[in-house]
Design a protein around this ligand. Structure first.
Ligand SMILES: Cc1ncc(COP(=O)(O)O)c(C=O)c1O
Length: 426
């Protein structure tokens, strides 16, 4: 029963059935939230033992007392932990506090105040800076660019990564100084960049000498279904392709231990890190090392991390299954929506009928289900198709995910029917 093939009479009939379903859901006075990708409490509880270790510990690691000043760029053992995850060398890593997003912001801020290693001048002295934004993407990436006054250029993101024909053309413009990438389990589609796309990215011939590839490997170990896809070290790939200083890779333990209280790292060429360290000496005596110490003691190495992530997966997978199940059952045959089928990360991307995403947002909100704002996955919140919605099922408990998905699916149907019947916006 494709909605687009129904007669007006059939559409009207379906509309009254779905409208009645929607009204009944509204009567339940729900208060559910599918907005941000936060771990739920059970996932956080998985890491409580990290802090019980505090009762009986010596605070010594790598020959130093981690409670005291020292080691500007992090504990060597913590660098080894991240190098285990990313595949690069420990001396290509700076450990930098609790948040990778903060590190990304800080890199851009440094580019503006001081310039990057190969900048001809600080970015604040440039008349204009453009950044490539694969869409849909992570709103907070785009908002960093926007907050510095950059022009965000949307580039379509396909299942295997950004549209490289377009990217290769755009980087011929010297004003294009970087690109945001979430290469594994992209936010929100959950796509994994293919090796061909990664190779083309590493080989990018950019007109800007200080082009910054922001390689946000936020979901490097966050697989909840099947085996984790392994990437060869991207810093090495860029070096091999002749662009050793183009890449800044970011990683985070926020969604391994405690969200916002994990450890974040930036990995890059040794020359880039020397440049960053020089600026960092004015900024801090050193980042928090007690948390680094505890994370190393608790997570040990990649093998232990992957075992830990299996426990996360056992909590996450039923919720993602519930999302897929609801979408398939409610929307599968109607021809009004497509969606992604990620096996890791924190999100599912829903593509509703063009022109209906904002209306779906409103319908969900009126029925007590908060969704990420339609358009949020595009720079300036502008989705030209008004179609994409990000589903974030991790935070609510499973029964709430199931209920929220009922509301979302009924809203997708209702909005499509309103559109087809000419009732939308009228
Ligand atoms: C792609 C991506 N990068 C970074 C972050 C934030 O990481 P952190 O907590 O380390 O700042 C998130 C959080 O949702 C994310 O989805």
């Amino acid at each position: 029963m494709k909605y687009t093939e129904l007669t007006r009479e059939q559409l009207e009939k379906e509309y009254s059935v779905i409208r009645a379903r929607y009204d009944r859901l509204c009567e339940e006075k729900l208060s559910l939230n599918l907005t941000r990708g936060k771990p739920e409490k059970k996932q956080l509880d998985l890491s409580n033992d990290m802090y019980t270790a505090l009762n009986n510990c010596d605070f010594e690691m790598d020959g130093i007392d981690v409670r005291n000043y020292g080691l500007l760029d992090g504990l060597p053992s913590c660098k080894r932990l991240f190098s285990d995850i990313l595949g690069c060398s420990p001396d290509e890593i700076i450990i930098g506090g609790n948040s990778s997003l903060n590190l990304m912001y800080d890199l851009i801020a440094k580019a503006y105040t001081n310039g990057l290693l190969h900048s001809e001048r600080p970015w604040c002295k440039e008349e204009k800076i453009k950044f490539l934004c694969p869409v849909p993407g992570y709103d907070r990436h785009f908002n960093i660019s926007i907050s510095f006054g950059m022009e965000c250029i949307p580039v379509p993101l396909h299942e295997d990564g950004p549209d490289m024909d377009i990217v290769e053309e755009l980087v011929k413009d010297p004003l294009v100084k970087g690109m945001w990438c979430t290469p594994k389990y992209s936010n929100p589609d959950g796509f994994i960049y293919s090796s061909e796309v990664r190779q083309r990215i590493a080989s990018l011939d950019t007109a800007a000498p200080d082009f910054a590839l922001i390689w946000d490997n936020a979901y490097a170990v966050h697989c909840f279904d099947g085996t984790l896809p392994e990437f060869p070290d991207m810093i090495g790939e860029c070096r091999k392709a002749g662009h050793p200083d183009m890449i800044y890779e970011f990683a985070s333990l926020s969604k391994v231990t405690f969200a916002g209280s994990g450890i974040a790292a930036v990995a890059s060429s040794k020359d880039n890190l020397t440049h960053i360290r020089k600026i960092l000496t004015f900024q801090t005596i050193g980042f928090e090392k007690v948390a680094q110490y505890l994370h190393v003691k608790f997570l040990k190495d990649k093998e232990t991390i992957l075992k830990h992530m299996e426990k996360h997966a056992a909590i996450m997978k039923p919720k993602f299954d519930a999302v897929q199940n609801a979408l398939e059952t409610e929307l599968g045959s109607l021809g009004i929506a497509d969606w992604t089928h990620p096996k890791g990360g924190y999100f599912v991307s829903l593509y509703a009928m063009h022109g209906t995403a904002k209306r779906i947002n409103t319908l969900c909100a009126d029925a007590g289900v908060a969704m990420t704002k339609a358009g949020a996955t595009y720079p300036h919140g502008y989705d030209p198709d008004d179609s994409n919605l990000r589903i974030a099922p991790s935070y609510p408990e499973l029964p709430d995910v199931i209920k929220a998905m009922q509301v979302l699916c009924v809203s997708v149907r209702l909005a499509a029917l309103e559109l087809l019947l000419g009732k939308l916006g009228g």
